[in-house]
Design a binder for this molecule. Structure first.
Ligand SMILES: NC(=O)c1ccc[n+]([C@@H]2O[C@H](COP(=O)([O-])OP(=O)(O)OC[C@H]3O[C@@H](n4cnc5c(N)ncnc54)[C@H](O)[C@@H]3O)[C@@H](O)[C@H]2O)c1
Length: 334
């Protein structure tokens, strides 16, 4: 039986290890935007975030003052446009939803967002070179290569720490499969691989027990909805913006998963768009697939597993487009 003092020691050790594991300062760049605001709120609620640094070219101090009143233990500070370096000091994880949302195609935004992301990545390279970067700004297929090239040029690139956030595709796939089959969302988790726009999004429905049963026209419609679900939101908002609330949820979900990995939790796996060898022999340097997350970021990239003929076809359509998007990103900073 435990003596009282032994029990006290165990409980003290537990407290110590959990508080020691929670020292994560997280920055949101673009915190004043449609995604940035609810994302900041959700991160404030994440018990693995001890300090939140909110930056935007407009409005971040206001968002920070607002979010800071939420009764969670983390501290929140907002930074004005000229305070980017201060915002990044000591930061472990940087989430970037800065940029303009798309009107119709994600490629429309390329030039604006490419410059924004390039400049923010340069600041991260300078001030927080060991931070993990979570890229939400579209087009993710190109912005992730842009960030990687900027970090390479600064001599601080570690492919284990750069992530394209594709979680919204995974979130949509789970929800839409649930709608089609009537199964609860707890049972409709779907791995989504490839990239993050239209035909580069490849849901592996055959890997889910409920997804396996969807065929014919219903399968085609479901795949199309997962690939182009973002259009439903753009259209419903009359072209005035794209997904913000579901994206904030997805961004916070991925950040929280990464933080669990950084804290040493075992078996933390999530799909993300990362530097990957899976299709490098076909000239596709970055690819989203299930990734094991650990204290250094990406610990292991999982292979895709068996694919059906339909999934092989989707993958064949994805790879050339994805390759072009990646090359476009690299060329932007060459
Ligand atoms: N990865 C995904 O699944 C996904 C989903 C939806 C939207 N997005 C993308 O996320 C981005 C943001 O979307 P939104 O709806 O929040 O747009 P928004 O216009 O509402 O917000 C963008 C914010 O970025 C800020 N900003 C612009 N330049 C900046 C800079 N240099 N530094 C810091 N902040 C800057 C703006 O001031 C604004 O507050 C877009 O690129 C959008 O396409 C990605």
């Amino acid at each position: 039986m435990f003596s009282r003092s032994a029990a006290r020691t165990v409980s003290h050790a537990r407290q110590f290890s959990s508080s020691a594991a929670r020292q994560h300062k997280v920055a949101v760049l673009g915190a004043g935007g449609g995604i940035g605001q609810p994302l900041s709120m959700l991160l404030k609620l994440d018990k693995n975030v001890t300090s939140l640094s909110l930056y935007d070219i407009r409005g971040a101090p206001g968002v920070a003052a607002d979010v800071s009143h939420i009764d969670a233990d983390s501290t929140v500070k907002g930074y004005a446009a000229d305070k980017l370096d201060e915002a990044l000091e000591g930061v472990k994880v940087v989430v970037i939803p800065a940029g303009v949302p798309r009107k119709m195609s994600r490629d429309d935004l390329f030039n604006t967002n490419a410059s924004i992301v390039r400049d923010l990545a340069a600041a991260v390279a300078r001030v927080a070179p060991e931070a993990h970067l979570l890229i939400i700004s579209n087009p993710v297929n190109s912005t992730v290569p842009i960030v990687s090239e900027v970090l390479k040029a600064a001599g601080v690139y570690d492919p284990r720490r750069v992530f394209g956030v594709t979680t919204l595709d995974v979130v949509r796939a789970r929800r839409f499969l649930s709608e089609v089959t009537g199964a609860p969302t707890a049972e409709t988790g779907v791995t989504v691989v490839g990239g993050h726009s239209g035909s580069t999004i490849v849901p592996l429905l055959s890997h889910n027990a409920h997804g396996k049963g969807v065929s014919g026209a219903a399968y085609d419609a479901l795949v199309h909805r997962i690939q182009f679900g973002g259009d439903e939101v753009v259209q419903a908002k009359d072209g005035a913006g794209s997904a913000t609330l579901s994206m904030a949820y997805a961004g916070a979900k991925f950040a929280s998963t990464l933080l669990r990995g950084l804290n040493g939790e075992k078996g933390v796996v999530a799909p993300s768009f990362v530097k990957s060898d899976l299709f490098a022999d076909q000239g596709v340097e970055y690819f989203s697939s299930n990734v094991e997350l650990g204290p250094n970021g990406v610990e292991k990239i999982h292979p895709l597993g068996p694919l059906t003929a339909s999934e092989e076809k989707l993958l064949a359509a994805c790879l050339p487009d994805l390759k072009k998007n990646i090359e476009k990103g690299k060329a932007f900073v060459a």
